[in-house]
Design a protein around this ligand. Structure first.
Ligand code: FAD
Length: 428
């Protein structure tokens, strides 16, 4: 491609993929515009800790402009626009975005990197969208925290024992890392800070049920770690139900395919994700789970100047699609940016190679599982590793400091620092 001007790159999404791509392009021979509907990058792996009152929402997010500023002078070619994607004219290379004043901005680009992430997938289960909580962004995490705390306040003044129990019971649908982490954190919240805040409720054990459709928790982890996670959760008082396929969610509980009914005032759906629907609106070829099909170079199949990275990108490695996790998003973001630089320098783009750093999930205090190549860790070593990795990838020194302080309070005092019910809108 011949450029009369400095090539313009638009990155959609300031998540893991978008931010790591922007860092790669900082100081490069191009002007880069990062577009996101929010003005901050959110560290999604700690959302469940916001929902369970362990950390404050602003401590797991960092303003995009602050991230750019922290890169120093070499980031002079980066800019940010807070806007919603409206449309893309791929033939004219025009990006249409709706800014904060409602106006549609028409932005020409030479290269486009789409990294808008994913949304919750409820697989069309009746009632799931209406009645189950989802955990994909900060607003949802705060809404869930408000609901949990409000349910306890309601239970404290409810005379009818079965209604009271209903207020105190929680169902988590999906036994992947997010479901396991949330169920464990809920159990610790109920038997720690909330038990002490509500002494008259006489909570002796948590009422948390984890429902998983498969025959074990944490699919993809080695069997020994899966078994450890299940046993540990059960010891913490979580009821783990396997082969439990939810067929319906209703306002006060769920029904399984085999007709079993569980009652709870709170159901959280963590059973699946799919590509952000913006991809379907743009008409790019998709996999059944809403991800956009990409070439090995992470270019779109139809437009060589359009790249994909992160949860939205269906990239395969060793014949299998990569999971929608942080490490693939970071590596894809960096690789897509490097390929954009190659095209600008009139070099051929290179195929993406995934470096598998392993996977980990925490269950509770001093309990986690980690698979690092042939090394399988559980218990305290895995938990310490989990803490270190999450602190490393959390953006911003201040955020790391506050999160560490909150973890210390939780660890030594079993205290959850953010037990506030905040109003997000007047209806709540
Ligand atoms: C609760 C939870 C826990 C998780 N835990 C882990 C974990 O422990 N380990 C792990 O590896 N992975 C974990 N993940 C997955 C990991 O967070 C994702 O794989 C990763 O964030 C994907 O990065 P991304 O850049 O593709 O998308 P995201 O990080 O989701 O970022 C996408 C960005 O695009 C923006 N955007 C979307 N649509 C539009 C639009 N139409 N217009 C403008 N902007 C838009 C969004 O606002 C967002 O900022 C977890 C995810 C969740 C939800």
């Amino acid at each position: 491609m011949q450029h009369q001007h400095k090539p313009r790159v638009i990155i959609v999404g300031a998540g893991f993929a978008g931010i790591f791509a922007a860092r790669e392009l900082a100081g490069g021979p191009c002007d880069v515009l990062i577009i996101d509907r929010n003005n901050a990058h959110t560290f999604l792996p700690l959302l469940y800790q916001v929902a369970t009152a362990a950390v404050e929402s602003e401590h797991i997010a960092a303003p995009v402009r602050g991230i750019i500023r922290a890169l120093g002078r070499r980031a002079a070619n980066l800019d940010f626009l807070m806007a919603e994607v409206k449309n893309v004219d791929f033939d004219a290379r025009l990006f249409l975005a709706q800014g904060q004043d409602g106006d549609i901005l028409s932005l020409p680009y030479d290269y486009l990197l789409l990294a808008p992430g994913s949304v919750t997938n409820t697989f069309g289960v009746p009632g799931a969208d209406q009645y189950a909580f989802s955990l994909k962004n900060l607003e949802e995490a705060v809404r869930l925290r408000n609901h949990i705390l409000r349910s306890f306040e309601a239970a404290a003044w409810t005379r009818d024992p079965s209604t009271r129990l209903n207020h105190l019971c929680f169902i988590v649908v999906g036994g992947g890392p997010t479901g396991v982490e949330l169920a464990g954190a809920m159990a610790e919240l109920m038997t720690g800070a909330l038990r002490r805040d509500f002494p008259r409720l006489g909570l002796s054990r948590p009422c948390v049920t984890l429902l998983e459709a498969g025959d074990g928790l944490l699919p993809g982890f080695p069997d020994s770690l899966r078994a450890y996670a299940q046993k540990k959760l059960q010891r913490m008082g979580v009821e783990v139900r396997l082969k439990a396929q939810v067929s319906r969610v209703f306002p006060k509980g769920v029904e399984l395919k085999d007709g079993t009914v569980f009652h709870a005032a709170t159901t959280v759906w963590t059973a699946g994700v799919k590509g952000e629907p913006v991809a379907a609106r743009l008409g790019l070829p998709q996999a059944p789970n809403g991800q956009v099909l990409a070439l090995p170079t992470l270019q779109s199949r139809d437009y060589p100047e359009v790249f994909l990275a992160g949860d939205i990108c269906r990239a395969e490695y060793q014949g299998r699609p990569l999971p929608m996790f942080g490490p693939p998003a970071i590596q894809e973001g960096r690789h897509a940016a490097a390929n954009i630089l190659r095209l600008i320098r009139r070099q051929d783009p290179q195929p993406f190679r995934y470096f598998d750093k392993g996977m980990m999930a925490t269950i509770g205090k001093r309990a986690a599982v980690a698979k690092l190549g042939p090394l399988h860790l559980k218990g305290l070593p895995a938990w310490l590793l989990w803490l270190a990795v999450h602190l490393t990838y959390l953006i911003g020194f201040r955020n790391r400091l506050f999160v560490l302080a909150n973890w210390a309070v939780d660890y030594f005092l079993s205290e959850r620092v953010v037990r506030l019910i905040t109003r997000q809108n007047p209806q709540e």
